[in-house]
Write a protein that binds this ligand. Sequence first.
Ligand SMILES: [Cu+2]
Length: 252
Amino acid sequence: MQTKNTLKLIAVCAIFTGATATFSAGNHAGSHANPDSAIGKAGNAAKVNRTVAVDMNDAMRFTPSSIAVKQGETIRLVVKNSGKLKHELVLGTEKELKEHYEQMKKHPEMEHDDPNMVSLAPGKTGEIIWQFTKAGTVDFACLQPGHYEAGMKGSVTVAGTNAATSGETKKDTPVAVSTDMSQGEIRKVDVDNKKITIKHGEIKSLDMPGMTMVFGVKDEALLGKLKVGDKIRFTAERSGGTFVVTSLQPAQ
Ligand SMILES: [Cu+2]
């Protein structure tokens, strides 16, 4: 168990690393650029080829748990939580899902907002629009604590359009940036609730890999200055069960 004091101390002494592999591999020019290029990218609603319904239940299962698509297809996953517990469907490589799951166990209160996932309260239905750009397997899982371990996972088999699978190399080398701040891009500004959504690189002080997350803001004055798409550098800490941005500046 990490105490609050430990976290604070780490936050103060932190050496931040900037962009993680996934973050830097993202297409910065695209409006719907997603870091997870290995699994495809956020799809365009106007280009949906097919809709696939997926049910989630308290037996910790997805139905269906295996989905077949063709490379390049954009799929609308309509996901229903028919259980009495919160469930989610997160697309990723197995490695990403495992890393993310460890984060969820450490910080169950984390609020995510990535295009490759949908988190649903009991009885709710949501969707993910995703384009599967690479042949191979894309895994999915529910990362609610305990659920992944209970077997709440599945996979999407992406059939290649030609014999060869994509030759694109994965950029797996993390880019170290000598700065004490993390890199991010503003995805949402919620002035009423004093929250911002940041697609961020690794946050060393919180031992958190790159992802898109909702943060509270310590200094309300910051909110007025921010707009969606802004590239920033920031520091954050865990405070009273939520994550709070403690300082923020434009990225140079
Ligand atoms: Cu679940």
